[in-house]
Write a protein that binds this ligand. Structure first.
Ligand code: BEZ
Length: 403
């Protein structure tokens, strides 16, 4: 049975049930259908902790609203994509076709997003991307059904290329995992680093999603003795890379810089002193001094007894996008054009600053990309903001959405 037909029949069934009720029951309004949100996230493997953070951030918003938005009870259906494109595709189809979710939220991996993009688009399924940054989704593979509340891989890295060339050194060695996100992020860094007079002296892509040992790559870096190493790793790979980089004695010789995920709050406690001094670019720091962030950090710590990270902000903002969009349509998810229009116009104060989508790509405009350095603050490691670049939007090359 096709999705449209199923939804149509569900609507008809509600109407028919209402028509046959008699007496007082006829006057009582049928409860609106629950709002089904499918979470397609990794709850196992390299990015498991990211999936948990996104879920926790998202839950905070709905819990505050009593698990009801615009009169509809919120129901979460969680699926583990295992950071595996084939598994992600199978689970996405299950959420869309069998569960009939109103919104899909996720995934974390660019590989999984690449795999599900066409299925989502053809099913006219609204997807709020809560992490995966593949640039193509804001460019030639953009879709009017896909909104990204996280970042494109270009956004944190392109500003860092020119910043590192101007403030750290003009000679860099690049290292990242061998899949779409690693390639995107290094390409973005190179684009502005080279344009600012920087030279790339080496470039390596490490096994993904499983890699225990970075020694072969660290040996090459040691031999090249670059002034800067620019890296992207996240989750358990970020912990291993940063610790092994320190154990190899590279910290004293080559300044480690990278995409913010390398030192987010999810990995800092396990990285310990090895992370001190690392410089990264990200749209967020727990230390941001704005009222929305103060409230978010307080509520997150109270509920989960840990410091939130950028992934939790992405979950929090994905939920706010859904809540604001749905409130604008009075809870109606059936008129898809109206709902899409409402989502495109969503704006609110996020922990990262004012949240809004770029109408040309439906990717979030980052109020700032912050350059952060890991330092000790009140006895805890934290990403301290040392500089910032305003209004960072993906170039959106090749995306033909009406802007
Ligand atoms: C990605 O695959 O797009 C990704 C994963 C972890 C952190 C950032 C990006």
């Amino acid at each position: 049975m096709g999705l449209t037909r199923r939804r149509f029949l569900r609507g008809v069934a509600t109407t028919a049930a209402g028509a046959v009720l008699g007496g007082r029951a006829r006057r009582a309004r049928a409860a609106p259908a629950p709002l089904k949100i499918g979470l397609l996230l990794p709850y196992s493997n390299v990015y498991a902790v990211l999936g948990e953070s996104i879920t926790d951030g998202l839950s905070l918003v709905f819990e505050r609203a009593g698990w009801t938005v615009a009169g509809r009870r919120v129901e979460l259906i969680k699926e583990d994509d295992e950071v595996n494109p084939q598994v992600g595709l199978r689970k996405a189809k299950k959420l869309i076709e069998s569960d009939g979710v109103d919104f899909l939220v996720g995934p974390v991996s660019s590989g999984v997003l690449a795999a599900i993009r066409d299925t989502v688009h053809q099913a006219r399924q609204i997807l709020i991307v809560a992490n995966a940054g593949n640039d193509e989704i804001s460019r030639d593979r953009c879709s009017r059904y896909i909104f990204r509340a996280s970042f494109s891989n270009w956004q944190p890295n392109a500003p860092m290329g020119s910043w590192v060339a101007a403030h750290v050194a003009k000679e860099a060695y690049l290292v990242a995992p061998k899949y779409a996100a690693g390639f995107d992020m290094m390409r973005a860094f190179k684009e502005t680093f080279v344009a600012a007079g920087g030279k790339v002296v080496g470039e390596d892509y490490t096994p993904f999603p499983v890699n225990e040992d970075f020694a072969p790559f660290l040996t090459k870096i040691n031999q090249a003795a670059p002034k800067v190493v620019y890296a992207f790793f996240s989750g358990s790979q970020a912990v291993r890379f940063v610790r092994q980089y320190d154990e190899f004695g590279l910290r004293a010789r080559s300044k480690l810089c990278g995409a913010g995920f390398l030192t987010e709050s999810d990995v800092l406690p396990a990285q310990g002193q090895s992370a001190l001094g690392i410089i990264t670019g990200h749209f967020y720091s727990t230390l941001l001094d704005n009222p929305a962030n103060k409230a978010f950090v307080r509520a997150f710590r109270a509920k989960y007894a840990r410091t939130p990270d950028g992934f939790a902000v992405q979950g929090y903002d994905s939920a706010q996008v859904i809540a604001h969009g749905l409130t604008a349509t009075g809870g109606d998810t059936r008129d898809k054009d109206r709902l899409l229009e409402a989502l495109r116009g969503v704006e609110f104060d996020s922990p990262r600053g004012r949240f809004r989508f770029d109408p040309r790509t439906q990717n979030v405009i980052q109020p700032f990309i912050y350059v952060r350095e890991v330092r000790e603050v009140d006895g805890e490691l934290a990403n301290v903001v040392v500089d910032r670049i305003a209004n960072v939007r993906d170039p959106g090359t090749g995306c033909t959405l009406p802007g």
